[in-house]
Ligand binder design. Structure first.
Ligand SMILES: CC(C)(COP(=O)(O)OP(=O)(O)OC[C@H]1O[C@@H](n2cnc3c(N)ncnc32)[C@H](O)[C@@H]1OP(=O)(O)O)[C@@H](O)C(=O)NCCC(=O)NCCS
Length: 184
């Protein structure tokens, strides 16, 4: 399974990816903006386990995660995915990160566009949401560019550098995505 964008390709994670994913996600500027609490003490073995769990999570329709590849070089530049609502399987929360050397090349924007198209057209979601720390200028901009609207502020819902921190919650509905994409 592959999703092909203008600048990136998304494919399912493989065990061979674990080492590079581990190195990239444990960079302080990447992990400080993510919500996986175990990231602080993450080990390579745990990252391998994360990759190995992916097929099961997909089967159970809990999470569908992808490795992000740079389209030209096929190098791994990040991870993204849909975390599907447990109660109502018609919406998901998306998450994404790009390795620091690849920031500001448009990769997160291209990735989000692919995730939204896949979520609305193939997975049949009616709503896709995303959260981000209120100081995460990059994520705020990427989400805004992809048509997500701010719904609110979640007070101290997350942590940044060990301290409670506010988050924004943003979302896009299928109807809004269809209008913006001419129902393609
Ligand atoms: C946030 C993140 C995903 C952005 O990825 P990226 O590939 O650099 O984003 P893009 O290149 O698609 O940038 C899209 C826009 O955001 C802007 N942007 C990106 N990073 C920015 C930053 N740190 N500060 C201000 N603007 C930023 C870009 O300039 C661009 O704006 P423009 O089109 O108006 O010029 C990346 O910095 C990252 O992975 N950070 C750590 C993990 C994380 O925060 N994940 C998201 C959790 S909610």
């Amino acid at each position: 399974m592959k999703l092909v964008g203008e600048r990136v390709i998304l494919r399912y994670p493989k065990v061979e990816d674990a080492e590079i994913l581990f190195k990239s996600i444990t960079h302080p500027d990447v992990r400080s903006n993510l919500e996986r609490p175990e990231l602080r003490d993450l080990t390579l073995e745990e990252e391998i386990k994360w990759v190995k769990n992916q097929a099961g999570l997909r089967r159970k329709k809990k999470e569908i995660n992808f490795v992000i590849l740079e389209k030209n070089t096929k190098k791994i530049v990040g991870v993204c995915g849909h975390h599907i609502s447990k109660r109502h399987n018609n919406w998901s929360e998306i998450g994404f990160w790009i390795a620091k050397p690849y920031w500001k090349k448009g990769y997160a924007t291209d990735t989000l566009r692919l995730l939204l198209k896949y979520g609305f057209k193939d997975l049949g979601f009616n709503r896709i949401e995303a959260r981000c720390l209120t100081n995460n200028k990059g994520s705020i901009r990427v989400q805004e560019k992809c048509g997500l609207k701010r719904e609110g502020l979640l007070r101290e819902r997350s942590n940044y550098l060990g301290k409670p921190h506010d988050e924004y919650i943003n979302s896009i509905l299928k109807s809004e995505w269809e209008n913006a994409n001419n129902r393609n």
